[in-house]
Write a protein that binds this ligand. Structure first.
Ligand code: ADP
Length: 164
């Protein structure tokens, strides 16, 4: 049987931290499904279609990685896909409480789905999409943290915002 895992997130936008986790997961599992959440509560900067396109483009050379959008409970989506492992990335201790709560809530919702945590390379351990957006809005050079095409998209987005 093929070992499969699902890596859900908002990816607003995709960073090298996310990509680091995707690469690590793709070495451990036969197939990795990156699931881009619509997540309207988070009021994403990029539309679902834009976020989906970004993740697809950045992973196009990874043969065992697929990317899809989802708009429901992750547990239900995982079950529909017949995948029983959820991957989450863990950065600093600050991620821990939220991730712990979510993993245990998901476990109560479904005993058959297990959450596994992976740590990124140290250089991405402080990187978050939220901080990046703030930095980009203040015209910081963010090319070290995201693929070049994402950096360009971010720069453009904030240029337009300023012009409005
Ligand atoms: P969500 O809204 O589901 O938290 P995110 O896109 O913010 O979506 O994050 C998706 C997952 O990737 C989460 O498990 C998060 O902790 C992890 N993640 C985000 N940034 C990094 C990073 N720099 N290194 C490792 N994991 C990360």
């Amino acid at each position: 049987m093929k070992r499969q895992a699902i890596y859900p997130g908002t990816f607003d936008p995709l960073t090298f931290g996310h990509l680091d986790i995707i690469k690590r997961a793709s070495k451990v599992f036969d197939k990795v499904l990156v699931a881009v959440a619509r997540n309207p509560y988070k009021k994403p900067l990029f539309s679902l279609e834009e976020r989906l396109a970004m993740v697809k483009k950045a992973t196009e050379n990874m043969t065992n990685v697929t990317v899809e959008a989802f708009d429901r409970l992750i547990i239900d989506y995982a079950k529909q896909k017949k995948i029983n492992v959820i991957i989450r990335g863990l950065r600093m201790i600050s991620d821990f409480e939220y991730e712990f709560q979510m993993a245990l809530t998901n476990r109560r919702l479904s005993k058959s789905v297990e959450t596994l945590f992976m740590m990124p390379s140290e250089e991405y351990a402080y990187l978050s999409s939220k901080l990046l957006k703030e930095a980009a809005s203040l015209k910081a050079d963010i090319k070290k943290f995201v693929p070049l095409f994402v950096a360009k998209k971010l720069q453009k987005r904030f240029q337009h915002r300023k012009e409005r």
